[in-house]
Write a protein that binds this ligand. Structure first.
Ligand code: NG6
Ligand code: CA
Length: 508
């Protein structure tokens, strides 16, 4: 070959390689918004078929994307579900990851490469806005009057705006990055989960006459905004939140973060307070649902989802943003306040056809609404029945962002990106559910095994069937989705097989 021809070929080859690279570089990584709701049941969303309360904005998200019917949070309570979501590791593998008190230390070790930390490696800017409930601060717990660290910023988030624990736990203040928002130096905050910090201050227990919302169980300590909470606090008057403003404040913070992201792809973990207790909707939603405060905050949640869509539209980002909508655990009706939730339920079935609810080993504990939408990329109005776990979001989003997951990182998370994007209906090979008392259940295909447990059968306070029995339980969810008939006695082989598999998963 003549030198000139050879040079020409090399030049052409280089040119092609360059073009491919340029195209890959140009193909922008999608933004990712995870709308993580609180205590939303499978049947609380009208597109899931049983809700008497309309949720048009959430339904539109489903209409534009995919509605999953067999997707699960990893646990039936908040803290462990969130721990697993952000670490890709089942929470029951780590002690101390049950429902966290409001003054807990940060539960995720700072050495962990979390889901947002992993995305940062791919050039994402990351934020958490909303409920945290994974603890803050070092061994001594959070320093509410100083720098609150370590926290989200030390484990992979570039920005954080938090309800530090839950709406029903003190301190009732927002934390923005490392500081309590609007805190005045001359009115420091004191928090205790053991004893009253200001013995002269009224409490829900001692002064019920000044409450505007009464506890039904627990929640009878410090009073903030006319509502008694879990835990005692004093000080921080200028920083106290108004529950009615939660949704507005969180939407505002989300809007600000999204519209600042121009150069980089972003990940927003948008963690709503709705529909957790105390259910105090903004005045414009109060008394609007006809189902009492629980219905009203559901309307507010639906509005919130509509706002996220609006913000994306406004910023021209709808086509380049993957939106995932789901819940941290299943539904609960009376979760500690006399808010008429039970009396005004009417024909609304918050758990759909499933048994149990928040706290429970039965399906309604972890089977939650799960909607994925990405305009122009995922087909619209689809339903995906594959067994899917939120623990897989880590590895799936890593695949989407083109990040390698190292050995030992996110050990329980499997790359299920084709399922997430509805290119496949391949079910997860197995899935583990964790209940309040850490009773584990195993799902394989349509079989569900609940391990024997000494835990109580019923949470009397919330009137939830917990699914605990001293003997093994086995259900065929294809024929009996409501888990009414325990087949363990007649299917000893299946029970032994699933017990052994669960043991194996637990050990590895
Ligand atoms: C329980 C609370 C409940 C709720 C839950 C956490 C009592 C009696 N009950 O201990 O109201 O706050 O913890 O909910 O205090 S979660 O969704 O954050 O897991
Ligand atoms: Ca929850």
């Amino acid at each position: 070959m003549q030198t000139v021809t050879r040079l020409l070929l090399v030049w052409m080859a280089l040119g092609i390689a360059h073009t491919v690279q340029a195209q890959a570089g140009k193909r922008k990584k999608p933004n990712i918004i995870l709308i993580y709701t609180d205590d939303l049941g499978y049947g609380d969303v009208s597109s899931y078929g049983t809700s008497a309360i309309p949720t048009p904005n959430i339904d539109r998200l489903a209409k534009q994307g995919v509605r999953f019917t067999n997707a699960h949070a990893t646990a039936a309570t908040c803290t462990p579900s969130r721990y697993s979501l952000l670490t890709g590791k089942y929470a029951w593998r780590k002690e101390g990851t049950g429902i966290a008190p409001g003054d807990a230390k940060l539960l995720i070790p700072v050495t962990t490469t979390t889901l947002p930390g992993m995305l940062q490696k791919a050039g994402y800017r990351t934020a958490v806005v909303g409920k945290w409930h994974l603890g803050l601060g070092d061994e001594k717990g959070p320093d509410w009057n100083g720098k609150i660290a370590p926290g989200p910023l030390e484990i992979g988030f570039n920005y954080s705006f938090l309800i530090p624990a839950t709406g029903d736990r003190v301190p009732c203040v927002f934390v923005e990055n490392h500081r309590v928002q609007n805190l005045s130096k001359d009115d420091p905050i004191t928090v205790s989960y053991k004893t009253p910090v200001d013995p002269a201050a009224p409490t829900g227990k001692g002064n019920p006459e000044i409450l505007r919302l009464h506890p039904s169980h627990g929640h009878d300590m410090t009073i903030v905004n006319g509502i008694s909470r879990i835990g005692y606090m004093s000080g921080g008057k200028s920083a106290l939140w108004r529950d009615e403003d939660f949704a507005d404040v969180l939407v505002q913070k989300a809007a600000a973060f999204i519209s600042e992201q121009k150069a980089n792809p972003f990940f927003l973990y948008f963690s709503t307070h709705d529909i957790h207790v105390p259910r105090i909707a903004h005045e414009r939603f109060a008394n609007k649902s006809g189902f009492g405060p629980r219905g009203d905050v559901l309307l507010q949640l639906d509005w919130t989802v509509g706002q996220i869509e609006e913000i994306l539209k406004r910023n021209g980002l709808l086509e380049n943003t993957l939106v995932i909508f789901t819940s941290d655990n299943g539904q609960v009706v009376d979760d500690g306040y006399k808010d008429e939730a039970v009396d005004r339920l009417g024909g609304h079935r918050p758990g759909g056809i499933y048994r149990g609810g928040k706290y429970s080993a039965f399906e309604a504990g972890t089977r939650v609404p799960f909607i994925v939408s990405w305009k122009g990329t995922i087909g619209s109005g689809k339903v995906n029945d594959a067994l899917f776990s939120q623990v897989d979001l880590y590895a799936s989003l890593a695949a989407l962002a083109g990040v390698a997951v190292d050995n030992g990182q996110a050990p329980d998370s499997k790359n299920s990106l084709p399922v997430l994007l509805n290119q496949s209906q391949q079910p997860r090979a197995f899935l583990v559910e964790q209940s309040l008392h850490s009773t584990l259940s195993l799902l394989v295909g349509h079989w569900k095994y609940i391990e024997p447990s000494k835990g109580p059968r019923i949470n009397k306070e919330t009137n939830t069937e917990l699914g605990n029995l001293p003997e093994p339980q086995l259900y065929n969810l294809a024929e009996d989705p409501g888990e009414t008939t325990n087949l363990a006695a007649s299917h000893a082989g299946k029970v032994a097989e699933m017990k052994a598999l669960l043991e194996n998963i637990r050990q590895n």
